[in-house]
Design a protein around this ligand. Structure first.
Ligand code: ATP
Ligand code: MG
Length: 358
């Protein structure tokens, strides 16, 4: 693709995403959302403000929300995250503590849904080696991982298409960097119908999924780079108030005592200002003005108090939830059962379309 092409495709995606955001309120039942996380570590405040809050909003709007814990996707590029099962339960506890309601949102796990994974086979036949190799997101994630490309890494956009299409989701909340994956998912859905015909004439087996672009700014970690599970720069949702206070003390700032909100020239200070604004439902400008010449010390004190207050309910819920392993297991069991039923039904349609129903 030329640069001009890429630009117009990005603009189209942004326009469409804004349109859908407006439509969601009016007609939530027209959408099924697929979202999720890789259980590569414990969730942090970047996830809390960047994705969990939006999932709860969608759920409460009445949008059918499917949440995938993508355990198979951990092994694309990691082998040192510790026992995956522990990571899975940690994710689940944060989902529930944040307000995701398993009676409304379906929570399930990759490796527990065989029929979802089986979709990989026909889907792999629909993409070329060259298409997989030139995917910019795969390339950059490979660079971050710093390991040779595995077959699973190369094909993970196809796996992601199976995640989206097994439940016929038509909306996927993503950051801009994930747009190439949504595009691949749309291509696979289209090619499936072109190559294998249709289960029913005029009725495609799979929908065309749209991206719902994440609106908020990225939250930076204590080192001033993107807060990320794998970087050790995080404030985990499971930390205590004291641990949060200690961690925020280490956050890098700059030497200018006058606090302003300037994300370009003072990203670290702006990040703390924005975080306080998020916690206090205020604006970064108002927070910066409030601190004025108080310096980084006063800013950190405000952020610490606001964040600990904001997360208090989440943390209390977390502590209660971890005491009830039986309940957590039942949530996963029921979510997996529901997802399996949906996946089996879709796989049956795929078999029929491919003339492989015996
Ligand atoms: P990993 O190290 O496994 O890549 P991560 O911490 O970078 O983990 P992701 O799993 O890549 O987190 O992020 C999933 C989603 O969570 C993102 O698409 C985004 O919506 C949200 N998110 C993650 N980190 C942040 C952040 N620092 N600020 C805002 N949102 C974030
Ligand atoms: Mg990441």
């Amino acid at each position: 693709m030329t640069q001009a092409h890429e630009q117009s495709s990005l603009e189209r995606t942004i326009t469409r995403s804004n349109q859908i955001n407006a439509e969601l309120e009016k007609d939530p039942q027209a959408y099924r959302v697929l979202t999720g996380d890789r259980p590569t570590g414990n969730l942090h405040i970047g996830h809390y403000f960047g994705s969990l809050a939006n999932r709860v909003r969608l759920q409460e709007l009445g949008v059918d929300t499917c949440i995938l814990i993508a355990d198979y996707q951990v092994i694309t590029d990691r082998d040192g995250v510790g026992p995956i099962k522990d990571r899975v339960y940690s994710l689940l506890v944060d989902y529930l503590a944040a307000g995701i309601d398993p009676a409304k949102s379906m929570i399930f796990i990759h490796s527990a849904i065989p029929a979802l994974n089986q979709l990989m086979l026909p889907f792999l036949s629909l993409v070329s080696d060259a298409e997989l190799r030139r995917n910019p997101t795969v390339k950059s994630e490979l660079e971050d991982a710093g390991i040779p490309m595995s077959g699973l890494m190369l094909t993970y956009p196809v796996h992601q298409a199976a995640d989206i299409l097994f439940c016929k989701a038509n909306l996927v909340p993503v950051g801009k960097d994930q747009i190439p994956h949504i595009e691949m998912c749309r291509v696979i859905a289209r090619r499936f119908d072109e190559r294998y015909g249709r289960a029913e004439p005029g009725k495609p087996v799979f929908p065309q999924a749209d991206a719902l672009l994440t609106s908020g700014a990225l939250i930076l970690g204590t080192d001033g780079t993107k807060m990320s599970k794998s970087k050790g720069n995080v404030i985990e949702l499971g930390m205590s108030a004291d641990e949060t206070t200690q961690t925020l003390k280490k956050a890098v700032t700059d030497s200018d005592r006058h606090i302003t909100y300037d994300p370009i020239n003072r990203p670290e200070v702006a990040n703390l200002v924005a975080l306080a604004a998020l916690c206090l439902d205020s604006t970064p400008e108002a927070i910066a003005e409030q601190i004025g010449d108080g310096g980084a010390g006063k800013l950190k004190a405000l952020v610490t108090e606001a964040l600990n207050e904001r997360l208090r309910g989440h943390r209390e819920a977390r502590l209660e939830l971890v005491k009830d392993q039986g309940y957590l297991e039942s949530v996963l069991r029921e979510g997996n059962q529901r997802a399996c039923a949906i996946a089996e039904k879709t796989l049956d349609e795929v078999r029929a379309a491919m003339s492989m129903a015996y």
